[in-house]
Ligand binder design. Structure first.
Ligand code: GLN
Length: 386
């Protein structure tokens, strides 16, 4: 079997988590919190299972959850969404992304992507027949420049797959960069699919700006969100898709044929969770910001060059000053991460895994969504490296 998917490697997240288990390492690789998630939301899910919410819910999602998503985005992001026509529930954001590609492009259409890119994006674009055009974001600022966009967009651009806040860089793109991107989308008459799963995980008083709130984008943007990220329960795989009715008609067909529905008990619990008071979301955010600061300070104190992180569960370190010489044939960050997990007992993710070409290979990503004791243990172990 040599299909496009058969030739793909196992994802770096899966590989690193397996290595972390094998070496009894502190796992700061794959992005998931070590906290079990809010008890009241978990209780709602358990009650719903026991109360019989176990058959197929409506294909577009439980009506109460669709209403809760619209209300949540009205309160938090000023969006005016019709829950009946403009909100759909999927089995995770990854389904939503795959569905958007299957529903909105035809083989040969050009798709603009941003590098470093989340590992699922490129294989899904290729499988859907898209012709990828990559915009390169460059450390340490990872900015969305006019020049980089101009090189990737063309009159054949049909879709743009964007991610903000951005994994793995921790960049949060602001209004100026987003409006620049929107102008390119409008000029090419392209749909902007925006993976905003980290929308609540932003720091230092920032507010999330959705592409749906940008002038002129209401009819040509698809916003994708994730309950797994909002509530720190990444295995739940409950995603939200918001788009104008004309786009939603196509997107709903992809969902209909991919997963059709999403576990109803989880939808019920997420509807409850999204209506939680503002303070809960803000204190969750503040807790993650403290964890970011704790890990950043710990890593800096032992000589790592820590790059800024404005959002997501991740912060990156640039190894270049620490390990200037490439080792063997492996990208430097990959070899370094292997040594870290095998010899020092800490798992991290090499950022070169997020590149399709000309990888930046001196940056590694740590997940800080962990208990203080876990972060401290990692820093203690890393002290031996630097
Ligand atoms: N989103 C997670 C991360 O970036 C990984 C999800 C997965 O393991 N596929 O770490």
């Amino acid at each position: 079997m040599n299909s496009l998917f058969a030739s793909q490697p196992t994802t770096v997240f899966e590989t690193m988590s397996a290595l972390a288990r094998a070496h009894d390492a502190v796992n700061l690789g794959q992005g998931f919190p070590d906290d079990p998630g809010p008890l009241d939301v978990r209780e709602k899910a358990a009650e719903a299972v026991l109360n019989g919410w176990n058959q197929y819910p409506p294909m577009m999602g439980a009506p109460e959850l669709r209403r809760a998503v619209a209300a949540h985005y009205r309160d938090w992001q000023g969006l005016d969404l019709d829950p009946e026509a403009e909100v759909m529930i999927t089995s995770g954001a990854t389904e939503a992304i795959a569905g958007a590609l299957l529903a909105l492009i035809e083989p040969g259409d050009e798709v603009v992507l941003f590098q470093p890119l989340y590992d699922a994006y490129l294989p899904l674009v290729l499988r859907a027949g898209g012709v990828p055009r990559l915009v390169r974001l460059v450390p340490p600022h990872w900015s969305l420049t006019e020049e980089a966009l101009a090189q990737a967009f063309s009159p054949r651009t049909r879709l743009v797959l964007f991610n903000n806040p951005h994994n793995p860089t921790g960049r949060v793109f602001g209004r100026e960069e987003l409006e620049r991107l929107a102008r390119f989308c409008t000029r090419s008459d392209a749909v902007l699919v925006s993976d905003e799963v980290w929308e609540h995980v932003i720091f230092d008083g920032r507010e999330h700006l959705s592409v749906l709130a940008l002038p002129g984008m209401r009819e040509r943007a698809v916003k994708i969100g994730s309950a797994g990220k909002i509530f720190g329960m990444t295995g739940w795989k409950v995603g939200f898709v918001c788009a104008a009715p004309a786009l939603m008609r196509a997107l709903s067909k992809a969902h209909q044929f991919l997963t059709f529905t999403t576990p109803p008990a989880l939808q019920h619990a997420v509807a409850y969770g999204l209506a939680k008071e503002r303070g809960w979301f803000l204190s969750t955010r503040a807790g993650l910001q403290r964890s970011r600061d704790r890990l950043a300070a710990g890593l800096a104190s032992i000589g790592f060059n820590v790059l800024p992180s404005a959002g997501t569960y991740f912060l990156n370190v640039d190894l270049a000053p620490l390990h200037p010489a490439p080792r063997g044939g492996d990208p430097r960050d990959e070899a370094f991460c292997r040594t870290l997990v095998e010899r020092f007992g800490v798992a991290a993710i090499p950022v070169s895994a997020f590149y399709a070409e000309e990888a930046v290979d001196t940056v590694i990503r740590f997940c800080f969504a962990k208990a203080d004791s876990t972060l401290d243990r990692a820093v203690e172990r890393l002290e031996a490296v630097s």
